[in-house]
Design a protein. Structure first.
Lengths: 406, 281
């Protein structure tokens, strides 16, 4: 962006915007990649917009944020060791087609060498025409429960034998990491959680057989997220609700919100389960795709980490089995599916893919909102929440139809 | 003076907006000839602003060559406070229309030197060539802008300390906490409004009926500052039926009989003076 571009004041008009939990009949003003307060500019600078963009009645939402995505378009972040950046770039670019403006590339359980090779090469990056922003890496495993391994390869699942050192030995540098999924029932897990939180890394509970008490201990130690609720954890039981019970736990101190990822692809989570989650704890619900390399691909056999997976009737299975292993869902479809089956409002559906994931990472001042000062990462939607166009820093980066985005 | 009596407050909004529309369009403003408009805030003119926005969106009117001067603003209230008149004007009017922010003038209640701010405001009005049409509302005590009872009828733009009654009335906008209500305001003077070429005053509701009576049926009195406009050569008051409740039947009938003439004032091809030909039999 040149110096001149930065000064350009853009007004998106003839639109509704999602702000402060409401759909407002307001214009959106952008300058220097940020959302700005037009009233302040009107009175202080006394200038008119340089560019006016007619949104034709579109709904403007913050761009979607995906906290859990293993790959897509033939790229598997965990398996693609040799040209990591190329793979990230490809997925980042294509995600714009689904309205995703920032994401956390997610690595599944792998041998230590894999982490040492990959982690230094996935830098946090700003979004743009080249693709969605990388917010940091989500490490899902290897410190998980073997009995809830899901699609993770059992051979590489590890324990915290040496406490936090086991973790640093395994991963190497944590510089590019923002989220770690672990099983809290593992010995030494609580001290590891504390250490991760000290480093501003969000701890998520998942792939676990933890009971509720263990879950609550983990939350007290600083864990604040649950990885794909219902999947790869103990099923809800009324005498021990397990990690699912965290949604209504009275041990979570007031003011703290436990967020939880949920795959609303219509396959991984039954609509009734989605409704249970949404109705008991709507503010914590985060839509994740958990998408893998087959996202955007035809039926066939593909690589996921150390495993071969098979695309069959629109679902991804571990090859030759009936075990589901991540989705091929697009975020924009998840938002629509979630709204449809829960009957929630448009605001709730959108916030589950915008505000909530941003809050999970503590970046809700700049991402996932349309407040003044936030990054102008937006999606334009029609009334059915179908994606019309995707914008990053106020620039159109993907367009599904003839629009006025130059 | 003209008194236009409309059936309802909604029609007051429509009538006044149509009048503004016609005045601006007849004026044919252009880069060399700006239309200068004085503007009020408050509940009464809200409907008029809505209508004007509607006309703007229907491309019946443009504010490109219109300059505006607002009547008043609180002192020391943050400009983005929802009760500030900057906020009101931006959100209820300016952001919806094509006015150039350079042409908008609102007194700055946060200016370091308030006296200078007021003097500058008067100068800016003069530089703009004076106000073509000043629109105002009134309070139940007959005040126009913040020219409360007892204000000099020759007053100019200045700092005013607000009456206790006003503070109490305004407390509802500040969480019912009177200590949060600004107790000073900057306001144009009665004299400032009197200098406008034309003054249009909107009065609606039975709670303002007594003020309307004082404005037009009794003498000029600084305790009812709006009464000063009896001496203005072009004043037009738009009111609803409720606001006429304290007027004499005679007064109401007199002005209602003129309604056909008044209607002409807002017709697109209308002329201010109604002519008719009388046939000889």
């Amino acid at each position: 962006m040149s110096r001149e571009d930065q000064q350009i004041l853009k007004q998106f008009y003839n639109c509704c915007i999602l702000r402060d939990g409401k759909i407002l009949n307001e214009d959106l003003w952008v300058r220097d990649g940020k959302i700005v307060d037009p009233e302040k500019i009107f009175y202080d600078e006394k200038i008119k917009p340089h560019v006016r963009i007619d949104c034709n009645g579109a709904l403007i939402s913050p761009g979607y944020i995906d906290l859990q995505i293993n790959g897509g378009f033939g790229i598997d972040f965990t398996h693609n060791i040799n040209n990591v950046q190329e793979g990230i770039n490809k997925v980042a670019k294509r995600l714009l087609e689904f309205g995703v403006t920032s994401f956390c590339p997610t690595l599944v359980t792998s041998p230590s060498e894999t982490y040492h090779k990959i982690l230094p090469n996935i830098k946090k990056t700003k979004g743009g025409k080249h693709g969605a922003a990388v917010l940091g890496i989500h490490l899902e495993g290897p410190f998980i429960s073997s009995s809830k391994k899901g699609a993770h390869s059992e051979n590489y699942i590890k324990q915290f034998e040496k406490g936090f050192k086991s973790l640093t030995d395994m991963y190497g540098s944590l510089e590019n990491v923002c989220l770690v999924t672990l099983a809290p029932e593992l010995p030494n897990a609580q001290s590891v959680i504390t250490e991760l939180c000290k480093r501003n890394i969000i701890v998520s509970l998942g792939h676990s057989v933890a009971n509720l008490k263990e879950g609550e201990e983990a939350v007290k130690s600083g864990a604040s997220f649950i990885t794909h609720l219902f999947n790869a954890m103990l099923p809800f039981h009324h005498r021990d609700p397990g990690l699912v019970g965290l949604l209504t736990s009275d041990q979570v101190y007031s003011g703290k919100t436990i967020h939880y990822g949920i795959i609303a692809d219509g396959i991984h989570t039954h609509p009734a389960a989605l409704r249970i989650a949404h109705r008991t704890h709507p503010k914590g619900l985060v839509l994740v795709t958990d998408a893998l390399s087959a996202l955007g691909l035809q039926e066939g056999v593909y690589q996921l980490g150390q495993l071969k997976i098979e695309m069959r009737s629109g679902r991804a299975y571990i090859a030759g089995t009936n075990t589901l292993c991540g989705s091929t869902a697009e975020m924009s479809k998840c938002v629509r599916h979630f709204k449809e089956v829960t009957g929630c409002s448009i605001v709730e559906a959108l916030e589950a893919a915008t505000l909530h994931p941003a809050t999970t990472l503590g970046i809700e001042k700049t991402k996932g909102v349309l407040n003044y000062g936030a990054d102008a990462d937006i999606v334009m939607l029609n009334k059915d929440l179908e994606l019309l166009s995707t914008w990053i820093s106020g620039e159109c980066v993907h367009c599904n139809y003839k629009c006025n985005c130059q | 003076m003209r008194l236009v009596i409309c059936d309802t407050a909604d029609y007051v909004a429509e009538w006044s907006a149509k009048y503004v529309l016609k005045r601006i369009n007849d004026f044919q403003p252009n880069p060399d000839k700006y239309f200068v408009l004085g503007l009020p805030t408050g509940g009464t003119p809200l409907g008029m602003y809505k209508k004007l926005i509607e006309y703007y969106k229907a491309r019946k009117i443009s504010f490109k060559y219109v300059k505006t001067f607002n009547m008043d603003e609180y002192v020391d209230l943050p400009r983005d406070h929802p009760e500030s008149y900057h906020y009101y004007m931006y959100n209820n009017f300016f952001k919806h229309i094509d006015i150039d922010p350079e042409n908008v003038h609102i007194l700055d209640g946060n200016a370091p030197d308030l006296v200078k701010e007021c003097d500058d405001f008067e100068n800016k009005i003069s530089e703009a060539g004076g106000i073509e049409l000043f629109i105002g509302g009134i309070g139940p005590d007959g005040h126009i802008a913040f020219n409360e009872p007892g204000s000099s009828l020759a007053s100019r733009t200045r700092v005013k300390t607000l009456a206790q009654d006003t503070l109490e009335a305004n407390a509802r906008f500040f969480g019912n906490d009177i200590s949060k209500v600004p107790n000073q305001a900057l306001t144009v003077g009665v004299g400032t409004v009197m200098d406008a070429k034309e003054v249009m005053i909107l009065i609606t509701g039975s709670h303002k009926a007594f003020a309307l009576y004082k404005a037009i049926e009794e003498g000029i009195n600084h305790m009812w500052t709006v009464s000063a406009f009896q001496q203005h050569p072009r004043t037009i008051i738009i009111c609803d039926e409720d606001a006429t409740l304290e007027l004499r039947v005679k007064t109401v009938k007199y002005f209602k009989a003129l309604s056909a003439t008044h209607q002409k004032l807002i017709q697109e091809d209308g002329d201010a003076i109604l002519r008719r030909s009388i046939q000889n039999n």
